[in-house]
Design a protein. Structure first.
Length: 279
């Protein structure tokens, strides 16, 4: 009789100059997966607790009927310990944009993956064995299908460089797009790294869906874009205005505007019955 356990989240560590695991590179083409990939970028700093509490329902409503797309983020999570039936259980705290892929996996069967920069010495939780990324307790979201840690090399840590994985994942998105995969970056709140994600995505021709009202760098981008002041390097090296066809703007107060943007980008296909599905 076999004692083999069900495998959990696959875990890779990739150093500069080395390729991603083949299963990650081929994620939109794996059996059962759809040729659709969305990166959920940003954070939740400065957002009031009431809005954070509504975020799961917001993302659920916007993505209803979603198929098995590739959904990925920075893959971090925070946890707390609770005693349930006399046993200590470690559970996620609150909700942030990095939780979205796992949420979509649970709701709609999405293929949840992540890329995360190694910014400190990683450790294993002494009680539960999970991977702890930082001294602040940031962890790898174990609910995903595959998690990738990006590092300079085994001897070097990109200290505090939370943008270390951005160019590699955007390069992957752009390559998928050239192969016919529908791609997008969803920008929600976020700081300096999110600003880089937005502008570097647009520079590479990757569409961005920006959530108005989510705060910080996402709202700053929307303001600059609507004033015609959002620019990226052009082919000749001079700065040029962002291609308006690459930008969709939705509202944090209305999931239907988000849903409409996802449909317009081919992430979800709207059926005659009015429900959403990806074919």
């Amino acid at each position: 009789m076999s004692n083999k356990q069900n495998a959990g989240c696959a875990f890779d560590v990739v150093s500069d100059g080395n390729p991603f695991n083949t299963n990650l590179v081929n994620a939109p083409f794996l059996p059962g997966n759809l040729p659709v990939a969305v990166r959920y970028a940003g954070g939740c700093s400065g957002i009031d607790a009431e809005t954070v509490a509504k975020m799961p329902a917001y993302f659920e409503a916007a993505h209803r009927g979603l198929g098995k797309i590739v959904a990925f983020s920075g893959g971090t999570m925070n946890t707390e310990d609770k005693v349930v039936d006399g046993k200590t259980v470690r559970t996620p705290v609150g909700f942030t944009i990095t939780y979205v892929p796992s949420l979509l996996k649970a709701l709609y069967g999405a293929y949840a993956i992540s890329t995360t920069p190694r910014t400190e010495q990683m450790t294993l939780d002494p009680d539960f064995g999970g991977v702890v990324l930082t001294s602040h307790g940031d962890r790898v979201d174990y609910r995903q299908d595959r998690a990738v840690i990006m590092q300079v090399d085994a001897a070097d840590i990109a200290e505090s460089d939370w943008s270390k994985d951005v160019i590699p994942y955007l390069t992957l998105l752009a390559a998928w797009q050239k192969q016919g995969v529908k791609v997008a970056v969803v920008a929600f709140n976020g700081g300096g790294v999110t600003k880089k994600e937005i502008y570097w995505a647009l520079e590479r021709g990757v569409p961005v869906i920006a959530v108005r009202g989510s705060g910080r760098q996402t709202d700053a981008f929307i303001e600059a874009f609507e004033k015609g002041e959002a620019k990226v390097p052009g082919a000749g090296g001079d700065e040029v205005a962002v291609d308006t066809d690459l930008v969709s703007i939705c509202s944090i107060d209305d999931a239907e505007t988000f849903r409409a943007a996802l449909i317009a980008r081919g992430i979800i296909t709207e059926t005659e019955e009015g429900c959403g599905c990806t074919e």
